[in-house]
Design a protein around this ligand. Sequence first.
Ligand code: UTP
Length: 450
Amino acid sequence: MSNLLHKLLLLGQAATALFSHWKALTEIQQQNLSSQVAAIDVPTFQLQQECLQNNQKLEKEFFPPQKYAFSGSEEDYKAGIKAIGAGKVACLILAGGQGTRLGWSGPKGTFPISLIKQKSLFQLICEKTKAAGKCVQKDLSLAFMTSPDNHSDTLQFFQDNDFFGLAKEQISFFSQEMLPLLDTQGNLFLEEVDSLAFGPDGNGFALHLLVKTGLLRKWQDQGVEIINVILIDNPLADPFDAELIGFHIRQQVDLTLKSILRIDPHESVGVVVQNDNNLAVVEYSEILLEEREAVLADGSLKYPLANLSLFCINLSKIQSLVHQHPIMPLHRAFKSVKGWNEIEGSEKKMAWKFEKFIFDILPWISKEALLVYPREACFSPLKNSEGAFSSKTVQADLQSLDRQIIRSLTGLEPPNVPFELSQEFYYLTPAIREKWKGRSLPNLGGYIEV
Ligand code: UTP
């Protein structure tokens, strides 16, 4: 107990609230609680306290990004295919979120989203990887970052589904870390009788963990040079985006950010800015309203680009970046969470959650490029149970992209019935193109394979 009290002292926490019921706990419960307190990292806890006093802000002045290109280069696509086929690209999928707004009980990646077959987000990514591999005749590697909350459920889901047709060796999993939640006074609190309240620490440490877990080294030994990073909740995200990779190589940069034009100033997406010579992102919840809404004389948005947290980065850069910047800034969010008190037992309470954001690496990289895509080709996130960014809007976007693919492949307007394309339509080989030229779709719709 004396070690525990010493640790609490270091954390500046009063023992009374956390340990008033200590004597009523079993020995195992006491061990649980004390090992959690012992594991709290004091410097990180101090950062959390600082963040409560002064939320992360861009201290420097920022401007609209000066230079960006639009997608559509056949040359870049071909160069990307070549690099992917040479085994130089791997994909990292950030899937450690809690999906609170969606209200889905399992990991978000298990959500059934496709229109006809109800394929899950995980399945779509795996099938995309398989199709991209077929296109370049190479088994491609991917890794999922989970969290302690959803790691075992995620693994189970993959095992139950035979890794969705990929070889087990192609897929890696690693778990992110957790941070203590803090109450309105900045104090630790209980979630259960014998455990503190914790939450996943955001997606920002993914590259650090890639190094820490040894996966980066493994991929490097396999000949991987570029990592493509995507989010699990955007089924239009491309795990092996040939054009992005080709563009990235041609630009000779360390990181290329994939972006779209902002259309609605109030949309819940981060804003891409330039800070000195480097890119940065200001999260929608942190940007001043006047900057978010700012327009130029012609009425267009002053900050035209949205952040999708889709990017590719050189593996060699990850190593130096992680070494030079072992700590990432924290952002706070005030959320409704589960708590525990002696009188009522379980309770709902408002508390501070702390997260690192992956886009906070941008200001640390000077050789960066920006490639802007049509929104309908790459952005349809699943965030909410209804309204904007819900399964309804995602399914509509998936359907309209499938229709567009059929239109450009066959040269014909598809029938006005719901249908779903297999993921091979997203990675076209010359043989698929030839087969579908001038060919009409069945009038009944349904699931269409190449
Ligand atoms: P969001 O910030 O939208 O969070 O994640 P979320 O957890 O999916 O949903 P809410 O906010 O609880 O409703 C954006 C992406 O970052 C990943 C998510 O899995 C998603 O792909 N993420 C988020 C992590 O990997 N770890 C985290 O701690 C948070």
